[in-house]
Write a protein of this length. Structure first.
Length: 91
């Protein structure tokens, strides 16, 4: 599973990021928030960018919020983007 995850991340990065930006893919096993924060510290990350599902209410309480906890514990700024995009440009 780990090698398959790494392969999929590399394909995603090649397709979505391209070659103009530096991008490194890591596959880690553990608690999501701890792993994200630990990697940010170890690599002296400048910015963490996360997508959020936007769960609210009871679902949020049950699932917790990875994005919220990363923001609380990250050693650098965190940019949260909504999973669903909105088109603000009108013709």
């Amino acid at each position: 599973m780990r090698s398959n995850g790494k392969k999929q991340l590399l394909e995603l990065a090649a397709r979505e990021v391209g070659k103009d930006l530096r991008c490194e893919s890591l596959v880690r096993v553990g608690r999501v928030v701890s792993e994200i924060v630990d990697v940010a510290r170890q690599t002296e990350t400048d910015l963490i960018i996360l997508s959020t599902h936007g769960h609210t209410g009871f679902k949020h309480v049950l699932l917790g919020s990875v994005a919220e906890n990363v923001v609380r514990h990250a050693p650098c700024p965190v940019l949260i983007v909504r999973q669903q995009e909105h088109e603000f440009i009108t013709k």
